[in-house]
Ligand binder design. Structure first.
Ligand code: ZN
Length: 187
């Protein structure tokens, strides 16, 4: 008998749009349904930090940091639901990994920034969005005008970022804001 396949749902949007809250909501619901949940996150720099998410009845779900997409398989412990947070930082292999997880019957929930500070698709996100059965693109609030914000504005040393700035800038004082299309600036 063929095993039932899973599916992938993507939660995306700019910074400060509440992606983590939405993830937590879905994780809590899965736990209430007594499903096994595993949470993965990209450990982009070597800080080995594990955030613990606590469910309604005190059961803990730990976040497992991995260095690349394939490493997810090393930690698989028969989950019904597999959450990938900050999925934009993963290599393109995450798309194939996600398909393999789906083929094993797992419901995959992937959350991350759909666009980088240049408003280009962030890493593997365009491929993941194409693969997804369900996409929720959520907005933040523009810090300038209060409209719905779908852009992440990067500020470098006090001024809007430039087009040719690298995605990861070492040494510069970076901050980020949610902005709408009208208020977003790329110098
Ligand atoms: Zn605005």
């Amino acid at each position: 008998m063929a095993m039932k396949r899973g599916w992938v749902e993507v939660v995306c949007g700019p910074m400060y749009s509440g992606k983590s809250e939405e993830l937590l909501r879905r994780i809590r619901r899965a736990l209430i349904a007594r499903q096994k949940v595993q949470v993965f996150k990209h450990g982009i720099d070597d800080r080995y930090s594990i955030d613990s998410l606590v469910s309604h009845d005190g059961r803990k779900v730990e976040t497992i940091p991995v260095k690349n997409s394939k490493e997810i398989f090393d930690h698989l412990d028969n989950p019904a639901v597999l959450v990938i947070d900050e999925v934009q930082f993963f290599d393109d292999g995450i798309i194939e990994v996600t398909e393999e997880l789906i083929n094993r019957g797992i419901r995959v929930i992937a959350a991350g920034l759909d666009r980088d500070f240049k408003a280009d698709p962030f890493g593997p996100m365009s491929g993941l969005l194409a693969l997804a059965e369900k996409v929720d693109k959520i907005t933040a609030i523009c810090v300038k005008c209060g409209k719905a914000a779908a852009y992440t504005q990067r500020i470098v040393d006090g001024v809007p970022a430039k087009k040719d700035d690298p995605i990861v800038m070492v040494g510069a004082k970076n901050s980020y804001e949610a902005r709408c299309r009208d208020c977003y600036q790329l110098a």
